[in-house]
Design a protein around this ligand. Structure first.
Ligand SMILES: Cc1cc2nc3c(=O)[nH]c(=O)nc-3n(C[C@H](O)[C@H](O)[C@H](O)COP(=O)(O)OP(=O)(O)OC[C@H]3O[C@@H](n4cnc5c(N)ncnc54)[C@H](O)[C@@H]3O)c2cc1C
Length: 375
């Protein structure tokens, strides 16, 4: 059945990353009819470090999915090693896991389907006009164009719209089939250099996830993502890593961006679609999934009866719950652009690792008001 043959949906969700699929799962469990759309076929690759922090784990737990990462073979991440210009600081981690996004995102979609969500892959969706008590969504697939209607549309399409920050970086990532010998480690390795940073972590099935954020000029100077990433490793004191040069890298659009609005008549945005802030230790998915939890009650009410106040309500709640938690990552991403500040940061944390504790605590402080557990 094509999505257009379906009913008027209570909710149509554009994007099946963690924010979209968890939104769909929660709303379906609340009894709503939900259509989840994605332009990709799944499982699909996604540039990401694959780290789930305590806050991501808390969001999964609230949805009775706390065991999902382990079921997928996720690896515990017990520490992060920050390396800059040959100096290394080591910080302990608690309740952090790493898993490839191809497995994690596909598993969340399957959980959503089990909760009653209709999933339509390979559908490029665009939000359309309001028509009566619905909003239209235009769909483009290999077989043609169609239009569906939903009472509420959720934009969970990740890095897309919005004003791009002047010094925004590009993302890049790959998964290696095994851990390179020079990098073998049981934690998250974060290599910082002049021109960006790259994180590496072991994921399920003995594979190794590498994800980088690169300055545009740095990437241009080095010509390819693999040369730029190897240059970051070289600056940090590593020898050239052959696996990095041979890997199949995938890039992203420019990262740091902010849309003008995160809600409007019969639509709400969630996850990266509300604006992108560079994450460092698993914040991106935590904000995406906790955003889904915080938004769900507003969507549930809006399906029953649309009230324009919902627009302001979501903007305020998002500011309170998500945006306020993002300042350490904003600050960190600025610090890492200045060599002497980076050196000071890594040197300071090397001597006094405890200094990072309040910041890590802030970043993993539960975001969502625990709603009733959604079973
Ligand atoms: C280099 C890098 C490293 C990172 N490391 C981590 C990390 O270790 N831990 C962490 O928590 N976060 C990390 N992040 C951030 C994390 O990847 C994002 O914050 C997270 O994926 C946001 O989830 P989302 O659901 O909002 O969007 P996404 O995961 O981007 O999902 C959006 C989905 O929408 C679909 N889509 C887009 N447009 C359309 C359309 N028109 N129609 C239909 N579908 C559409 C896409 O195909 C995609 O599947 C990292 C990001 C980068 C760039």
């Amino acid at each position: 059945m094509s999505p257009a043959d379906g009913p008027v949906w209570d909710v149509a969700i554009i994007g099946a990353g963690p924010s979209g699929s968890l939104s769909s799962l929660i709303l379906a469990r609340l009894g709503l009819s939900v259509l989840l759309l994605d332009q990709a076929e799944f499982p699909r690759r996604k540039v990401c470090g694959g780290c789930l922090n305590g806050n991501s784990m808390a969001a999964l737990q609230l949805c009775n999915l706390a065991d999902l990462p382990e079921r997928l073979g996720a690896q515990p991440v017990k520490r992060v090693r920050l390396v800059y210009a040959g100096r290394c600081a080591e910080l302990p981690f608690q309740n952090n896991w790493s898993v490839s996004r191809s497995s994690f995102d596909w598993a969340l979609i399957q959980e959503a389907q089990a909760a009653g969500v209709t999933f339509a892959p390979a559908q490029r969706a665009t939000m359309g006009e309001v028509s009566g008590s619905c909003r239209q969504v235009e769909l483009q697939s290999k077989t043609g164009h169609s239009t569906i209607e939903a009472k509420i549309v959720i934009l969970a399409h990740g890095l897309k719209a919005g004003t791009i920050a002047k010094n925004s970086r590009l993302g890049a990532g790959t998964i290696l089939t095994q851990v390179p010998q020079r990098l073998s480690d049981d934690g998250l390795l974060m290599v910082i250099g002049r021109g960006g940073y790259v994180g590496g972590v072991r994921v399920e099935n003995g594979r190794y996830d590498l994800a980088a954020a690169l300055d545009v000029d740095f990437l241009k100077t080095h010509g390819t993502i693999s040369s730029a990433v190897n240059e970051l490793f070289r600056q940090a004191g590593f020898e050239e890593i052959a696996e990095v040069a041979a890997a199949d890298w995938k890039g992203t659009p420019l990262l740091t961006r902010r849309p003008e609005q995160i809600a409007g008549e019969r639509w709400f945005a969630v996850g990266d679609a509300t604006g992108y802030v560079e994450p460092f230790t698993g914040e991106g998915m935590a904000w995406a999934m906790n955003g889904a939890l915080a938004l769900a009650p507003i969507v549930q009410r809006s399906v029953l009866q649309w009230q324009p106040e919902a627009i302001r309500e979501w903007s305020n709640l998002h500011q309170q719950k998500i945006a306020r938690q993002q300042w350490p990552c904003r600050l960190f991403s600025q610090v890492l652009r200045w060599p002497w500040l980076s050196l000071g940061l890594v040197g300071g944390l090397r001597l006094f690792p405890g200094l990072a504790r309040p910041v890590l605590r802030h970043l993993s402080r539960p975001i969502a008001n625990p709603p009733r557990v959604i079973t």
